[in-house]
Ligand binder design. Structure first.
Ligand code: GTP
Ligand code: MG
Length: 202
């Protein structure tokens, strides 16, 4: 099972234009060009819901997508892209900090890392940051189609060791081959359900 209906809601450069709703938000983070926007398209089974580019730094705003009227996926700019001007980078930084610090709807972070490489220092810092803020973090390894099948277990093990999370908690995905999305979708659903149960228990 994957989402049935996904709809673009709004692009936002800050607080004033965040959508006003009570739905949980699932935000997809990762290095620029790691495949965040492609991940969103493959997960929702849509070709052009989120804008995909060949050059890093394509996504420059927060893009909100309503999923089945139940939750909201958020596509954000990538980190680690140095070719933007200092002023542009600073603007993105402020926009992201504001969102992560002040947005109450964030239920879960899906952190993407490239299946071909050991996580970069930026990846490690980013994931640590989210763990420290107490956010639930799911990890997906993108572009797994570029790793020969026989080398995939090793590649996932390297990522698992670097991030210090079990191999079974890393979801390999390929947006071009559309593989791995049912499993990560299931994990997102479980995370959202856990949140709901906790709220009911309060
Ligand atoms: P920014 O918005 O710049 O931060 O990038 P992004 O993380 O949203 O990446 P995007 O989805 O735009 O993809 C970047 C490039 O990687 C594009 O050329 C995609 O076609 C390619 N790509 C993304 N996912 C995959 C994948 O699973 N396999 C392969 N082979 N290529 C992929
Ligand atoms: Mg993008």
């Amino acid at each position: 099972m994957t989402p049935l209906q996904s709809t673009f809601m709004v692009s936002s450069s800050g607080k004033d234009s965040w959508p006003n709703h009570d739905l949980p938000e699932v935000v997809v983070v990762g290095r620029s060009n790691v495949g965040k926007s492609s991940f969103i398209n493959a997960l929702t089974n849509r070709k052009k819901l989120a804008y995909v580019g060949n050059t890093p730094g394509k996504t420059q705003l927060l893009n909100f997508f309503d999923i089945d009227g139940n939750w909201v996926l958020v596509d954000v700019p990538g980190y680690g892209y140095a070719k933007l001007s200092k002023a542009q980078l600073q603007k993105l930084g402020v926009m992201m900090d504001e969102y992560f610090n002040e947005r109450e709807n964030i239920a879960c972070v899906v952190a993407l890392v490239d299946a071909r490489h050991a996580p970069s220092q930026d990846d490690l810092d980013m994931i640590d940051y989210f763990k420290q803020t107490g956010r639930r973090v799911l990890v997906a390894a993108t572009k797994v189609d570029k790793v020969p099948k026989t080398k995939r277990p090793k590649a996932l093990k390297v990522i698992s060791q670097a991030l210090q999370i079990p191999v079974k908690s890393i979801f390999p995905v390929s947006s071009t081959e559309k593989t791995g999305f049912e499993a990560i979708y299931q994990a997102i659903q479980e995370t959202l359900n856990q949140d709901q149960k906790e709220e009911q228990a309060v």
